[in-house]
Design a protein around this ligand. Structure first.
Ligand SMILES: Cc1cc2nc3c(=O)[nH]c(=O)nc-3n(C[C@H](O)[C@H](O)[C@H](O)COP(=O)(O)OP(=O)(O)OC[C@H]3O[C@@H](n4cnc5c(N)ncnc54)[C@H](O)[C@@H]3O)c2cc1C
Length: 496
């Protein structure tokens, strides 16, 4: 059965994935993207042998929706694992870079004991971390982490980790690793919305250290793994690291390969791909919607999927569904920038060790993180060169973004010099800005998303998907887009 045409607004990973799901079901689809190219926050610039990731540089292999899409597109042979040579990650703490125990890199202290030896924590802080084994389970951890409870019942990321592991482990280790990913303020981020797996760990094991010490039971990194079970985890959730893969994976010539493969498949499926055209208005008409594009063109659609950032989505749905628009506006966002610098290796001196480092908020630095692109991934820089990237901005640290691009390069060079000893003059620099680019799942987020989707139910055929809702990671966006497209399919009138 085929159905009427669908317009997908926004050609990032969520919009393109939704279009694929619909087109493969035989639906006529148009994707309208405001920028001159598709991909949104996935952009790779390939220049002079460098592979510069402007935004996302990898995705989790433990969330099945990502690799499943890669398989479906037939590009599994293009995947690359992170380099095996030196898998270390560091934290800037009290004047120097200190190595994070490996199991902690995903926010999962599967080697809690090695943390005690790392010097990251004082003896008292380490003892308090181990005290997690005697911290009682939160009462509503038996249900849903407090998300359906009375106001105040939903724990923040900071409250949860401080309660379980103590203030020192939270501030020195957990905050930079977890809040850094979201460029957020962990004292406001909702634990069940941002990191639901930790709610599960407490519920299933009674604590994080207990979960880490239960090798055949679900672990902190893999909360769905069950003893004696190799069943794949459902899409959108976390499973074990697949055989032959590292926890994070990318592509040989960068993340844009995923977007290029999606575009190519969509063209084969005759999807109408329109880049460089912003949608300005959506109107309800007799049997569906009219989508007005910058410049005046109007597209007729039986259904519309908005895969745009929440502030844009709010403007577009306001005339149709004001409750959804007002709730969309309540979703906060952080602004960030990435500053990529390529050096001749000789100029840098000793190449930086491991994959890079994160910086706790309490250290008062500008950098959120520094990543050694060429140390973490193969093929990112020509021989004799290193590629590094600084991540700046985020909630409470957005002042630096007022600097112009030269100013940001200057600032990141100074920070990389002070924190990691990187000297020399870069041979190539790129600054990429993401104003209001990172949705913040603050307390109440899950309820807001339910409110948005319930309100939109009054507009049959109008749906939203993407990073603002059920996970900012690429596999989360893919899983959400697929579910949204399937729900949209069900609303389409039969054709024929
Ligand atoms: C710096 C950075 C690093 C990241 N690193 C990682 C990582 O390593 N791994 C990971 O999994 N995730 C990472 N993320 C998160 C992840 O990249 C994003 O959450 C995800 O790509 C968002 O996809 P999306 O399709 O929801 O939105 P977007 O990629 O934002 O796409 C939305 C699209 O809508 C378009 N649009 C806007 N307005 C209109 C309009 N009026 N009409 C038509 N089109 C419009 C935009 O141009 C854009 O292309 C990172 C994010 C950032 C900012």
């Amino acid at each position: 059965m085929t159905a009427g045409p669908v317009v997908v607004v926004g050609g990032g990973i969520a919009g393109l994935t939704a279009a694929l799901e619909l087109a493969e079901a035989g639906v006529a689809v148009t994707v309208v993207e405001a920028a001159g190219r598709f991909g949104g926050k996935i952009t790779t610039n390939r220049v002079d042998g460098l592979v510069v990731e402007a935004g996302a540089d990898s995705f989790l292999s433990t969330k099945p929706a990502g690799l499943a899409l890669v398989n479906r597109l037939g590009i599994s042979d293009r995947l690359v694992n992170s380099k095996a040579e030196d898998r270390r990650t560091f934290v800037w703490s009290r004047g120097r870079l200190r190595e994070l125990p490996e199991g902690l890199v995903l926010g999962s202290p599967t080697r809690a004991w090695s943390l005690l030896r790392s010097g990251l924590l004082s003896p008292a802080g380490a003892a308090r971390l181990v005290g997690d084994v005697v911290v009682p389970r939160r009462r509503d951890a038996d249900s849903d982490g407090g998300r359906s409870g009375p106001p105040g019942a939903e724990e923040t990321v900071a409250e949860f980790f401080t309660r379980r592991l103590g203030p020192e482990a939270y501030a020195r280790v957990v905050e930079p690793l977890l809040a850094g990913i979201h460029a957020g303020d962990a004292t406001r981020l909702s634990l069940p919305a941002t990191f639901p797996r930790f709610v599960e760990m407490e519920r299933n094991h009674g604590g994080l250290v207990r979960a880490a010490l239960a090798p055949h039971l679900p672990t902190l990194a893999n909360p769905l793994r069950r003893k004696g079970s190799n069943a794949p985890a459902p899409a959108g959730t976390i499973g074990p690291v697949p055989p032959g893969r590292t926890p994070f994976v990318s592509f040989q010539t960068g993340m844009a390969e995923l977007i290029e493969a999606l575009e190519a498949r969509l063209r084969v499926l005759n999807v109408d791909l329109r880049a460089g055209q912003a949608v300005t208005t959506i109107r309800a008409v007799d049997r569906g919607y009219e989508v007005v594009v910058d410049g005046g063109a109007t597209l007729q659609a039986a259904a519309v999927i908005l895969a745009t950032p929440a502030p844009v989505t709010a403007v577009l749905v306001r005339p149709l569904c004001p409750v959804a628009a007002t709730t969309l506006e309540e979703i906060e966002h952080a602004s960030t920038a990435t500053v990529s610098l390529a050096y001749q290796a000789d100029d840098v001196g000793t190449p930086p060790a491991g994959y890079g480092f994160v910086v706790p908020r309490g250290e008062g630095r500008h950098l959120l993180a520094g990543t050694w692109g060429s140390g973490k991934w193969p093929g990112r820089a020509p021989a004799g060169h290193v590629l590094v990237r600084g991540y700046v901005g985020g909630i409470g640290r957005e002042g630096v973004l007022e600097a112009d691009d030269d100013g940001l390069v200057h600032l990141v060079r100074a920070e990389l010099g002070a924190l990691a000893g990187i000297r020399g003059t870069p041979v190539h620099t790129e600054v990429h800005r993401y104003p209001a680019g990172m949705p913040q799942y603050t307390v109440g987020h899950l309820a807001r998303v339910t409110r948005i989707r319930n309100a939109l139910a009054a507009c049959p055929g109008l749906a939203v998907t993407g990073a603002p809702y059920n996970g900012v990671g690429i596999p989360d966006c893919i899983a959400d887009a697929q579910a949204t497209a399937r729900a949209t399919l069900a609303t389409l009138p039969p054709q024929g």
